[in-house]
Design a protein around this ligand. Structure first.
Ligand code: HEC
Length: 130
């Protein structure tokens, strides 16, 4: 029964992939390791003066955005830095989000998270699947 369940999960993932990006969530490997590393540098340079990274880690942070498109978090980070909103490139904002996903132990993938509203809308924030 357990094996059957795993096969079903495999099938559903394959179908989802075949349909393209639609319906992905953050458990699907939506950023790369290199991107998250770049995000650390952006965060240290542009965000760390006001924020401890711990603030963007853990169940409370994830819960606030769960079930919503990653675009909600994208909107939030685009209002930052508070003293100079929108001053980063779209790629830098996406890199910071990749870093937040890594902080919350979501799996890395093969493709970078794109810094576009379309890409952010197509991915849903969800609690980490065990
Ligand atoms: C000059 C200080 C300052 C800098 C620099 C700054 N922030 Fe903020 N940030 C704030 C304040 C103030 C708030 C609102 C109060 C709070 O939620 O802590 C906030 C809130 C946030 C939130 C919460 C939004 C929400 O809905 O929960 C996020 C996410 C965020 N900042 C991300 C960033 C990122 C990413 C950077 C770097 C690109 C950054 N901040 C840089 C001051 C700053």
């Amino acid at each position: 029964m357990r094996v059957f369940g795993l096969v079903m999960v495999g099938l559903v993932s394959t179908v989802t992939l075949a349909l393209g990006q639609a319906g992905k969530d953050v458990n699907a490997g939506v950023y790369t390791a290199a991107q998250a590393t770049r995000g650390v540098a952006v965060f240290d340079d542009k965000c760390a003066a006001c924020h401890d990274a711990a603030r963007f880690t853990g169940p409370d942070f994830v819960k606030g955005f769960s079930g919503k498109p990653l675009h909600d978090l994208w909107d939030a980070v685009n209002t930052m830095p508070e003293d100079n909103p929108g001053s980063l490139t779209p790629q830098q904002y996406a890199d910071v989000i990749a870093y937040f996903l890594k902080l919350n132990e979501y799996p890395e993938g093969k493709e970078e998270l794109a810094g576009t509203p379309e890409a952010m809308k197509a991915i849903t924030m969800q609690p980490k699947t065990p």
